[in-house]
Design a protein around this ligand. Structure first.
Ligand SMILES: [Zn+2]
Length: 330
């Protein structure tokens, strides 16, 4: 099963590129850019990955990305992810990045955009892996700042597949960003949003109603609202679930307690994703394998989950058909 899962063609829809920064690369970039890390070695970084909740992770996540300074740093970060994901059988990835986390520490917008898009092109040319870029707003910062970033990103609007909403969910409801997302809609840019990870089911409704999101990132708390579940089932709204992330951030105590089987039983459109693989126990293969071990799912269930992801991915129709065909033949 392990080998079969690895070669199953997968699309990853919920992936923060800054969350793919492995400790080894963190030290390499810190040394190159003269950044002092508050860790003595790689082992100390890994030992710090004991999170109490989303906020305790975010504190470390923002600290880690301080080592990213140049266009080439972003290029190398993304290429390292593409290569690892490729080895996990990922053939397409919708990668998200957090421009505000870089602008607020003095970088310009071109630095992440140019490095990431160069890596995306190279990954397609060298390993045949396609990708799309999601520009995410930090929901624990002011909506006006997100609006400013969206305008500032005007030169790259044609390379943004969607805007997203991430970071600390509690007390930052989707409605705070209604105007920014309306602006994105007017510009013809798709919208996705994290909702119902730590926040309540009402935030999922908010992401659908106020933000007109076409995908919900996480969404695991939808089960608290039966009417919402019925709506998500009828609309087949894609929910990008991240099993190991939910365990690491204590959304659930153990994977066997995860609502994923109940979500599938409810007929919801679920996909499996790694979120921040450097921090949450590994990439797509580890997530798929952990679900196999926790839930005993067979090949047919994993094929269905892989299809869900490809159907919701930001790819051309031709590429979607190609990947779906490959899934059918594995
Ligand atoms: Zn996420």
């Amino acid at each position: 099963m392990k080998d079969w899962l690895r070669q199953l063609p997968k699309a990853e829809l919920h992936l923060h590129i800054e969350g793919t920064l492995e400790p080894e690369q963190m030290f390499e970039l810190a040394a190159r850019n003269g950044v002092q890390l508050p860790f003595v070695d790689v082992g100390a970084v890994r030992a710090a990955y004991k999170f109490d909740d989303l906020q305790s992770f975010l504190d470390l996540y923002y600290q880690g990305m301080n080592v990213l300074h140049t266009e080439n740093d972003f290029f190398e970060l993304a290429m390292a992810y593409f290569q690892r994901a490729h080895a996990d059988g990922v053939v397409h990835a919708d990668i998200s990045f957090d421009p505000q986390a870089h602008l607020t520490r003095g970088l310009d917008l071109a630095t992440p955009f140019d490095g990431l898009t160069r890596a995306m092109q190279q990954a397609e040319q060298t390993i045949g892996m396609t990708s799309a870029l999601i520009m995410s707003f930090l929901r624990d910062r002011e909506a006006a700042e997100a609006a400013e970033v969206l305008e500032q990103a005007r030169p790259w609007h044609d390379v943004i597949a969607a805007v997203g909403l991430d970071s600390a969910e509690q007390n930052n409801p989707p409605e705070k960003f209604t105007a920014v997302f309306e602006r994105a809609r007017a510009l013809g840019i798709r919208r996705v949003a994290h909702a119902g990870e730590e926040g309540p089911a009402a935030y999922i409704r908010g992401a659908l109603d106020a933000l007109d999101a076409c995908r919900i990132d996480h969404g695991v708390r939808c089960l608290e609202d039966p009417d919402l579940v019925a709506h998500l089932r009828e609309s087949q709204m894609p929910l990008t679930v991240c099993p190991l992330s939910n365990v690491y951030l204590k959304v659930v105590d153990r994977l066997v307690d995860h609502p994923l089987p109940a979500m599938l039983d409810a007929g919801l459109n679920v996909s499996l994703n790694s979120d921040d693989p450097a921090y949450f126990g590994g990439g797509m293969q580890n997530n798929f394998l952990a679900c196999h071990e926790a839930f005993g799912w067979d090949e047919n269930i994993f094929r269905g989950l892989a299809r869900n992801a490809v159907n919701a991915a930001f790819v051309t129709d031709a590429r979607r058909a190609e990947i779906l065909d490959a899934i059918d033949h594995c």
